[in-house]
Design a protein around this ligand. Sequence first.
Ligand code: NAP
Length: 485
Amino acid sequence: MSNPRGPRVAIIGAGMSGLLASIRLREAGIADVTIHEKADRPGGTWRDNTYPGLSCDVPSHVYTYSFAPNPDWSRRFSPGAEIQAYFEGIADRYGLRSLTRFASEIAELRWEGARWHLRATDGHSEVADYVIAATGVLHRPVMPDIPGLERFAGAAFHSARWNHAVPLDGRRVGIVGTGSTAIQIVPALVDRVRHLSLFQRTAQWVLPIVNDPYSDEEKAGWRADPARHRAMRDWLAARLIDTFARAVVGEDASGLAEIERMCREHLETVVRDPGLRERLRPNYRAACKRLVMSDSFYEAIQKPNAELVTDPIREVELAGVRTADGTLHELDVLVLATGFDGHNFLRPMRVAGEGGRTLDEAWSAGNRAYRSVVVPGFPNLFMPVGPNSPIGNFSVIEISEMQTDYILRLIATAEAAPRRRIAPTERATATFNAAMAARMSGTVWASGCRSWYLDRHGRPALWPWSYERFKADMARPDLADFEVG
Ligand code: NAP
């Protein structure tokens, strides 16, 4: 490294990617690192989401840092609280809390004098050579634009802002939405509540999963034999890539057909009432929306106190939800499982790059990065899990690990240059995005459905190529595509 002073790095966000970046930076000998976290605890989405039934539908042994395996996961798909405990444990084990300014929300990033100037909402400001914006994808809840929502006399809250003070037992609960979140909430609540109304706008394909607990013997075996544990983890990861990642990007038509067949068989065999079955049957291709996985949703929605409401919601009233057919569905609690804005990267931060040009200006026609992690005109700013990361395809932790190693290589390259500056060229970014757009039409996400994957221009915000291509792209930056120094 040619610079006499060591680099100073600011990380924004103490979620999965922010914790990871801080660990990797310190391993690389970069000690001057601060994490800025707007909340009072690490964990990101696993801290924010605490709804009943929360789990991760990526197998837990895969949804784990490669360098911190956990032989003690309770199940193949472990509950959210266990995942949050894992990240808190990582923060403790690696001493990351002392690097973190909690309750510090960065409001502005400004590139001036060849460094980034950060300003937090509490007035704190600092300067860094590099910024890693690990601000996540699914953390800005979307409130539905349902008329009258504010008139509801009961408790109403978004699934990611669960109000645990509100009693549920023996009450009438409505849930709006049928995404991964709602499909997990329904089985967790149905036996507790008096009546459960699920307001479905669009039916979902539901892939059956098996989620048995791991035995004490299995866990002890993995603890005693890390190589065997690793082999089991690799086997699970390979299945995810072989069966799913290739199918969704259009590289394995028979794999996609098989996913759809499994979903259809699940529906046909578990849902007994033909009328209900038809109302639960989607009219688009499986995996066009993010595929929902469950071992218990279809059973739960058939319970005598559960009701699938498919008439569109007209409005919310004092006493409940009125649907278009005129029925008033009386409720005590209304849960809005209406998802997140997955296109709002870095916002509401104001980010001003070279020449004072803001990220909003640079992205006025849509989010556009080079290889998901860097943007022309915004030197030394890196975004793990940025635009078009393969988040619909495989474990986001593995993605973030590869991107973080790539970012560290870019930082090392800039450190060796006299002005410690690195940014992708406009030309390389345009070429990359044009190739991506051309490839997108072959993916299942563009096959005709509404989903949060699509940006406001209707373009899927995912990675349209294979896992192998992503791995190869991340293995080593092509420095011909960068301006350095
Ligand atoms: P989502 O998939 O975006 O689903 C939102 C649901 O709300 C959809 O069913 C949508 O209907 C409905 N909706 C939105 N506005 C509405 C309105 N005005 N009226 C009626 N219905 C409305 O959100 P999510 O379930 O929170 O999941 C988001 C993502 O988070 C997932 O796709 C996944 O990536 C991640 N997640 C993962 C897990 C996991 O296990 N790994 C668990 C939970 C969440 P339409 O379908 O008609 O638009």
